[in-house]
Design a protein around this ligand. Structure first.
Ligand code: CP
Length: 313
C-alpha cells in the first residue's frame, strides 16, 4: 500500500482489524520497522487526537516525526498550474511537496473542506496535489471528503465492544451551531459498507449526504424508528450537502439523550459540544465509547503506518 487516502485503501478490512488489535496488545512489537524513517505531519487545520495519536503510532514503530501547523506557519501555497503568482500565495505546491519529500519518508496531511466551494472541496485539491507532486507515500489525516484513520479506529472499537456477530449500527445526525464538514460521516458510511454492517443513517429531511457515498445505505428520517434495537449509535453533525456548507436546521430534538440511546453504546469522533450534540448523561455514562475510540486512533494509525513502512522495504 503506497498511500492511505480513503477507506477504499483498506484491502482486507477483517485482516486489518485483527492485525491492529494484535498490535494493540504489543504496541512495540515492530519498534525496528521504522528505525531511520521520518514522518512529516502537515496540519492545515487544528487537531488534538489525530496529531498526538499519529505521533504516538510513529513512535511505537520506531519512527521520528516532524509536525508543522502548515496553515499557520507555512507559506501560503499556490495550487494552480501556470499562475502568475502576484497575489497572496508565496510558494507553489510543486516545490513545497518535493522539498518535504526530501526530509521525510511518509507525509501526513490534514486539510479540511472549506465548505465554500463544493467543486474545489470535492477535487480534494490539497491532499491530491501533495500526492501528485510528493515522491513519498501520503497519509490522509482528514481531507475534505474523508477521515479514514477515524473510520478505522471506529471499526476497531465496534469490533472490541460488540456482543453479537452483526450488531445494528446507527449513524445519527445531531445539531451544531457551526457548519461542519462531511468527512467523518462519509468515511463512517463507507466503513459500514465495507463491513456489510446492519446499518441505518438517520437525519432530518434535506440533510442527505452525497448520494455517491451513501450509495444504497438505508436512510430513515424518523430518528426514533432508526434507533430501535440499535447496538451502537454514532452521532455526528454535518452541514448541508445540497445547500452546500450551510446550517439549515438546529432542531434540538435531534440531540442524543440517554433516553433515546436506550441500551446502545454511544460513539462520537470528538471533539464534541456537550448538551448540543449529546447530553452530559450520555458522555459521562458507561455506555459512552468516545475515550475508547480516541485510544484506538493510535492503533488505527499504527497498522496503517506499518503497512506503509512495509511497502517502502
Ligand atoms: N477525531 C479527530 O480527528 O480529532 P482531532 O480533530 O482532534 O484530530
Amino acid at each position: 500500500m503506497k498511500h492511505y487516502l480513503s477507506v477504499n485503501d483498506i484491502d482486507s478490512v477483517n485482516e486489518w482489524v485483527e492485525d491492529a488489535l494484535i498490535l494493540k496488545k504489543k504496541p512495540l512489537a515492530y519498534k525496528k520497522l521504522g528505525k531511520q524513517k521520518t514522518i512529516g505531519l502537515l496540519f492545515f487545520n487544528n487537531s488534538l487526537r489525530t496529531r498526538l495519536s499519529t505521533q504516538k503510532a510513529a513512535m511505537n514503530l520506531g519512527m521520528k516525526f516532524m509536525t508543522m501547523n502548515f496553515g499557520k506557519d507555512g507559506w501560503a501555497l499556490e495550487f494552480e498550474d501556470g499562475t502568475i503568482m502576484d497575489k497572496g500565495s508565496a510558494e507553489h505546491i510543486k516545490e513545497a511537496a518535493q522539498v518535504v519529500s526530501q526530509y521525510c519518508d511518509i507525509l501526513g496531511i490534514r486539510a479540511f473542506a472549506s465548505l465554500e466551494n463544493q467543486e474545489e472541496d470535492e477535487s480534494e485539491m490539497i491532499i491530491n496535489s501533495f500526492r501528485k507532486y510528493a515522491s513519498i507515500p501520503v497519509l490522509n489525516m482528514e481531507s475534505s471528503l474523508s477521515h479514514p484513520l477515524q473510520a478505522l479506529a471506529d471499526i476497531l472499537t465496534i469490533e472490541e465492544y460488540k456482543k453479537k456477530t452483526n450488531p445494528k449500527i446507527v449513524l445519527s445526525w445531531a445539531p451544531h451551531p457551526r457548519a461542519l464538514p462531511h468527512a467523518v460521516a462519509n468515511s463512517f458510511v463507507k466503513a459500514m459498507q465495507l463491513k456489510h454492517a446492519d446499518f441505518v443513517i438517520t437525519h432530518p429531511e434535506g440533510y442527505e449526504l452525497d448520494p455517491k457515498i451513501t450509495n444504497g445505505s438505508q436512510i430513515e428520517y424518523d430518528q426514533e424508528k432508526a434507533l430501535k434495537n440499535a447496538d451502537f449509535v454514532y452521532v455526528k453533525n454535518w452541514s448541508n450537502y445540497k445547500d452546500y456548507g450551510r446550517v439549515i436546521n438546529q432542531d434540538k430534538n435531534w440531540m442524543m439523550t440517554q433516553k433515546k440511546l436506550g441500551d446502545a453504546k454511544f460513539m462520537h469522533c470528538l471533539p464534541v459540544r456537550r448538551n448540543i450534540v449529546v447530553e452530559d448523561a450520555v458522555l459521562d455514562g458507561n455506555q459512552s465509547l468516545v475515550i475508547a475510540q480516541a485510544n484506538n486512533r493510535t492503533f488505527a494509525a499504527q497498522i496503517v503506518l506499518k503497512k506503509m513502512l512495509e511497502s517502502l522495504l
